[in-house]
Design a protein around this ligand. Structure first.
Ligand code: GLC
Length: 476
């Protein structure tokens, strides 16, 4: 079976968040079990693009309304990521260092979708299924189905995975002329709330919708994303499939970014050594429990609660705990966190930015990881943390609810219900107590390390789903 994954990010080629981790690992694991899986993303000006070899497999000229953009499709020559990687190069739109947040993002990602469909429809052999991820690829199922230009591939089934329903790729009907020609009888398929809504179009037109955890699927039916009634309407073709992780990259036994490698048998020594290194780097006392936060600094992730949490926790527990925060995002949150540096020197550090190596080191060194998200479609941090013997402290929402159970209910972490500083600090208090009870503390972190969230087990669920849709296509 030939599957093509399409999205905006793919680790290690271009990463902003968890979307990249999924598109960089799910295909690899699907490939291990007799499939032919490839990935296509735009070609950004990233280090991976500059330092690896690519061969041009297609040249074209895409039409976006009155604009014409030359483009090419570049294939990475070694397949070293475990799958065939294709980058759609549209120099005028993507030859830039960042992935998002340009004024012409609508034009950029629409062009990416059009160029990819142009290329696929010209290919000698076409994929059996296209797996689209998030709104940047949301118009693919529609265009493929209804634009006569793509008649040759109109029957290829599509799966649309929602990693985050808050971002929807919305634009006005003034830009309708950007889309390749189609019969206006179908215009309702791309409309939501009087706008063109890329995610809504994907939800309406894809054969199957998946969310990245079962709980998130329930939540989006009534959460505040504007698409609630649409999600309710498509319930029959929706599935919640929990993400997995790449346990080859995320393995404390072999991770080359760590100071000391360790397994479940050497957890105490291993974590102690890593923690000693990190704490000496940040001028902290390694005998105190280390709490960390790793992620994007946005309200959605509960990061706006962090400055007050730091103040409250370090006032209550004075010199008894250490806190490390790694991330970037909202400038106001960044500034508030930076301002606390001088006040809590020796017990607190914030690193603004994205640093994969520091993140690995911090997972290995921490005792607890804070994940206070307001919304968490899946969350991978709790899975990475557990793999490295770090106990997650989570707000019960989305995928966090599906993966973490409070240790007092015989679970693997510490949970609270509200996105509030008080709730987080209550959990920190419980963590401080737990840290003193070495027997239970160790039992929980070992439990985490023994939990297996590898894609090895989960990726098969998608393959079964693909088989189902493909079989249905031939029935009709
Ligand atoms: C998004 C979601 C996150 C999820 C990730 C991968 O970043 O916010 O919860 O884990 O996508 O699916």
């Amino acid at each position: 079976m030939e599957i093509l994954h399409m999205g905006a990010e793919c680790y290690p080629v271009a990463k902003v968040g968890g979307l990249a981790d999924v598109i960089g690992s799910l295909p690899k694991y699907q490939n291990k079990v007799d499939n032919n899986v490839s990935v296509v993303i735009p070609s950004y000006q990233t280090i991976f693009r500059l330092n690896n070899n690519f061969e041009c497999v297609y040249h074209g000229k895409l039409k976006l309304g009155n604009f014409n953009f030359p483009f090419s499709v570049q294939k990475e020559t070694t397949n070293k990521l475990g799958f065939e990687l294709y980058l759609v190069e549209i120099p005028e739109l993507f030859d830039r260092p960042n992935i998002y947040n340009y004024r012409d993002d609508i034009e950029r990602f629409l062009s990416f979708q059009i160029a990819t469909l142009d290329w696929i429809s010209e290919r000698e052999s076409v994929p059996d299924l296209i797996h689209c991820h998030d709104h940047h690829t949301g118009l693919v199922p529609f265009m493929k189905k209804y634009c006569p230009k793509y008649d040759r591939i109109k029957d290829i089934p599509t799966v649309m995975t929602i990693h985050n329903g808050l971002y929807q790729g919305i634009f006005t009907f003034n830009k309708l002329y950007y889309l390749p020609e189609f019969d206006l009888i179908h215009i309702k398929e791309i409309e939501w709330g009087n706008f063109i809504n890329s995610l809504a179009a994907g939800i309406k037109c894809a054969d199957i919708i998946t969310t990245v955890s079962p709980s998130y699927l329930n939540e989006i039916n009534h959460s505040d994303n504007g698409l609630e009634t649409l999600f309710q309407r498509v319930r029959d073709k929706s599935r919640g499939i929990l993400n997995g992780i790449d346990t080859e990259i995320w393995d404390p036994e072999t991770d080359s970014m760590l100071d000391t490698n360790y397994s479940v048998n050497s957890i105490n020594e291993g974590k102690k050594n890593n923690k000693a290194q990190l704490c000496s780097h940040f001028n902290m006392d390694p005998t105190k429990p280390l709490f960390s936060f790793i992620g994007r600094l946005y309200n959605e992730k509960g990061a706006d609660l962090l400055p007050k949490t730091v103040v409250s926790a370090l006032t209550t527990f004075k010199d008894q705990i250490n806190i490390v925060i790694l991330g970037y995002g909202d400038l106001e949150i960044e500034n508030q966190l930076k301002q606390l540096l001088d006040v809590y020197k020796g017990n607190y550090h914030v690193h603004i930015g994205y640093d994969e190596e520091l993140a690995h080191k911090t997972y290995a060194s921490s005792d607890f990881i804070l994940i206070p998200s307001r919304i968490e479609p899946c969350g991978l941090n709790q899975m990475y943390a557990m793999r490295y013997g770090t106990i997650p402290i989570v707000r019960r929402t989305g995928g966090l609810k599906d993966t973490i159970i409070d240790f007092e209910d015989n679970g693997n972490g510490i949970c609270h219900d509200n996105a509030s500083v008080d709730d987080i600090c209550d959990s920190v208090q419980r963590a401080v107590n737990l840290y003193q009870n070495k027997e239970i503390f160790n039992r929980i972190r070992i439990k985490g390390m023994n939990t297996n969230h590898s894609w090895k087990y989960v990726s098969q669920e998608y393959v079964e789903l693909y088989n189902l849709i493909i079989a249905k296509r031939y029935e009709n």
